[in-house]
Design a protein around this ligand. Structure first.
Ligand SMILES: [Zn+2]
Ligand SMILES: [Zn+2]
Ligand SMILES: [Zn+2]
Ligand SMILES: [Zn+2]
Length: 148
């Protein structure tokens, strides 16, 4: 074996060694940039979601009075006109009992809060990174490397 071959072999061996050492190190999780968690995509970190039922208004328009707060009732009543009983339609305006004259109903979905808890992140605003299990680092594992 020539001197040159030996030195080439040693260099290769050293290169392999340093590569192995590098591979053995824990790596910063690329998925979460080492933070261990993501900002919740559903609420974008706001922890709450705008209520879709009331569009974030906190109330819905009363469907009974179409938001006017009044309902009209139509009743036929017998009235005496020139001594004769005739039926006549009588319209009465009433305060809407459904919305108590306000024309609005408190949103049943968000109870007037205008927003709902984010169920995706349980109102934390962030999600634990699945890739690194919230540690921010990927632990070196021989098994994993063998599979690749
Ligand atoms: Zn969320
Ligand atoms: Zn009403
Ligand atoms: Zn609502
Ligand atoms: Zn991660």
């Amino acid at each position: 074996m020539s001197k040159l071959t030996t030195s080439v072999l040693i260099t290769l061996l050293l290169a392999c060694c340093s590569l192995f050492m590098m591979a053995c190190k824990d790596k910063v999780c690329k998925v979460c940039s080492g933070k261990g968690k993501h900002v919740c995509e559903q609420c974008e970190g706001a922890r709450v979601l705008k209520c879709t039922i009331c569009s974030g208004e906190g109330y819905t328009i009363c469907n009974r009075c179409a938001g006017t707060g009044k309902t009209t009732t139509e009743n036929y009543e017998y009235v005496s006109v020139k001594g004769k009983l005739t039926s006549k339609m009588v319209r009465k305006s009433l305060n809407c009992p459904n919305c108590k004259h306000t024309g609005k109903l408190i949103c049943v979905e968000c109870a007037g809060q205008k927003h709902k808890k984010c169920t995706t992140c349980d109102s934390v605003g962030a999600l634990i990174c699945n890739e690194c299990m919230g540690t921010g680092v990927i632990k070196f594992s021989l098994k994993l490397d063998y599979k690749k």
